[in-house]
Design a protein around this ligand. Structure first.
Ligand SMILES: NC(=O)C1=CN([C@@H]2O[C@H](COP(=O)(O)OP(=O)(O)OC[C@H]3O[C@@H](n4cnc5c(N)ncnc54)[C@H](OP(=O)(O)O)[C@@H]3O)[C@@H](O)[C@H]2O)[C@@H](O)CC1
Ligand SMILES: Nc1ncnc2c1ncn2[C@@H]1O[C@H](COP(=O)(O)OP(=O)(O)O)[C@@H](O)[C@H]1O
Ligand SMILES: [K+]
Length: 483
């Protein structure tokens, strides 16, 4: 897994890399620019837009390399050369080519625009002239290559600070920033490429602790690779999936089916007595158990008789007295618990956190309730929010959304896959069922969570349904990613 760093660690990493390579800071800038230049050396016409700091410095060096390569290149500096300092000033002074001092007229077109306005040094919302230039960049049909970070994107959190470049490609230098992969990061970055400059950034990890780890689809081999032929369904766990009050039966059915689709051996739906008989009509492979709010003892007996390995609680459960009874009853069973949806509201008001709670799977609004803050506060720093969730509830937290984050309270894993086609009713219920299904098969809570998130996101991203995809379609395409 590639380490991810908040952007305030960049300077420290730059110094370590320069040391490791035996370079001074200007030679490091030249090395960074040479690595970026490899990605633009085939374009005919290039406009490099440079900012006030070292990100701009990179741009000036790139432009000079393009000029020496006989490409048509112009620099549009956002600041006069005299106002620059340090390495950026030196880079600008070494540039021998043309500059422009205003927006190109509409007849001029460039195959490629290099965005080297701001990188890790962005420290406030972009306004005024800079904002207008970024808005202009986003209207161009050119290939837009962002140096290090798309200008305007907060490299740590993935928030757009006023306005941000929407790049075709982002070429990160030395290490990847956390903000490239969550919230607005994915929309701003396009394809993310890492240029290590010959330094293995994993060797930094012992000195500068990463703020996150980037998940990779290769982890999915862990799912299909662990089954012996001489095994039976009892070996793959039994999940009790509890919820589904009137009008929301579908949620618990999707979750229960996802338990089986993700390889769980047995799945029982615990639901309102009014619908329990309908479960088999939806999916005959599911078992059903009626809960009428009064017979806790009966449910407990079943939990023991059926030897449920995991309880998944909350999908379509509501917040009524029946819901609270079901919550209480499921907790009495003292089985590993996964909580989603309505169970999270009850958990947020509960006097105690159950010891057996293993995983919570909130979307940002549910996370806000769990952390007693606003949705904006959760999203303002998803990295800090997921850590807080895991630490407060002593379990693995899955903070869903674009760039889902998973944490066990120490490490944060980030899933770079998935797209907005997953923003469809019930897709979170499918994810919760997958987490529980993998947990029941013996994966640890953290591994079950991140494997389910990768699998779910890839299935959503790669299936043929596109935006017509429903949660049921998603269930039916899981096999295309893992068999
Ligand atoms: N040797 C190295 O160091 C290497 C560095 N490398 C490259 O350097 C980048 C980091 O460089 P950096 O630290 O200079 O930051 P960068 O993003 O260029 O700009 C900071 C400037 O922007 C200004 N500013 C900030 N926000 C603003 C706003 N909203 N509106 C207006 N102005 C704003 C801020 O002003 P200040 O607030 O300080 O007055 C300051 O002047 C990194 O991403 C990588 O590309 C590589 O070459 C490898 C070697
Ligand atoms: N824009 C997006 N990009 C990637 N994944 C998304 C996006 N929007 C939603 N998702 C994923 O879809 C699922 C939606 O879950 P949730 O909001 O709980 O929906 P529901 O309650 O309808 O099941 C989560 O796994 C979430 O990460
Ligand atoms: K940039």
């Amino acid at each position: 897994m590639k380490p991810l760093y908040h952007s305030d660690k960049t300077k420290q990493l730059d110094i370590m890399a320069a040391d490791a390579l035996g370079l001074d800071s200007f030679a490091l800038m030249q090395a960074a620019a040479a690595a970026i230049f490899k990605h633009i050396n085939a374009f005919n016409s290039i406009l490099v837009i440079t900012g006030p700091g070292n990100n701009g410095g990179d741009g000036w060096v790139v432009a000079e390399l393009a000029r020496q390569n006989h490409q048509q290149v112009k620099v549009w500096p956002m600041q006069s050369i005299e106002s620059l300092s340090g390495d950026a000033r030196r880079a600008a002074e070494l540039y021998q080519g043309q500059t422009i001092d205003a927006k190109p007229d509409s007849s001029a077109s460039y195959d490629c625009i290099v965005d080297s306005i701001f990188g890790t040094g962005l420290n406030q919302a972009i306004t005024g002239h800079y904002a207008k230039v970024i808005e202009w960049i986003n209207l161009q049909a050119s290939t837009i290559i962002a140096v290090d970070i798309p200008s305007g994107l907060n490299g740590s959190t993935g928030n757009i600070m006023g306005v941000a470049v929407e790049a075709s490609q982002t070429i990160s230098i030395l290490a990847l920033n956390t903000g490239l992969f969550t919230l607005d990061g994915k929309d701003c970055c396009g394809e993310v490429l890492l240029e290590r400059l010959g330094v293995d950034s994993s060797c930094f990890a012992a000195v500068v602790a990463p703020d996150g780890l980037l998940l990779d689809q290769h982890h999915l081999v862990e799912i299909s690779g662990h089954r012996s032929n001489n095994s039976h369904k009892g070996r793959f766990g039994h999940v009790l999936t509890a919820g589904g009050q009137a009008g929301m039966m579908g949620a618990v059915l999707l979750a229960g089916k996802a338990v089986l689709k993700s390889g769980g051996g047995l799945a029982t739906i615990v639901t309102d007595s009014a619908h329990a008989d309908m479960v088999a009509l939806y999916a005959p492979e599911l078992m059903a158990l009626a809960f009428d709010g009064m017979n806790e003892q009966h449910l407990n007996q079943v939990l023991i008789d059926k030897q449920a390995d995991v309880i998944l609680l909350g999908m379509g459960m509501g917040q009524s007295q029946w819901s609270k009874d079901l919550y209480t009853c499921c907790l009495m069973a003292a089985k590993p618990l996964v909580m989603d949806a309505d169970a999270l509201g009850i958990l947020s008001r509960a006097a105690t956190i159950p010891d057996q709670l293993k995983v919570i799977t909130p979307h940002p609004k549910e996370a806000a309730v769990l952390l007693s803050c606003s949705v904006a506060a959760v999203q303002q720093n998803r990295w800090a929010s997921v850590l807080k969730l895991a630490q407060k509830y002593h379990c693995v937290a899955v903070l869903k959304g674009s760039g889902t984050l998973i944490s066990d309270g120490k490490t944060v894993w980030c899933c770079p896959y998935g797209n907005a086609n997953l923003a469809t009713a019930g897709s979170g219920d499918v994810l919760a069922g997958m987490v529980a299904g993998l947990l029941a098969q013996g994966f640890s809570p953290a591994v079950a969570s991140y494997l389910a998130v990768i699998w779910h996101a890839l299935a959503g991203e790669t299936n043929v349904f596109g935006l017509t995809m429903t949660a049921s379609d998603l269930l039916n395409t899981l096999h295309q990613t893992v068999k």
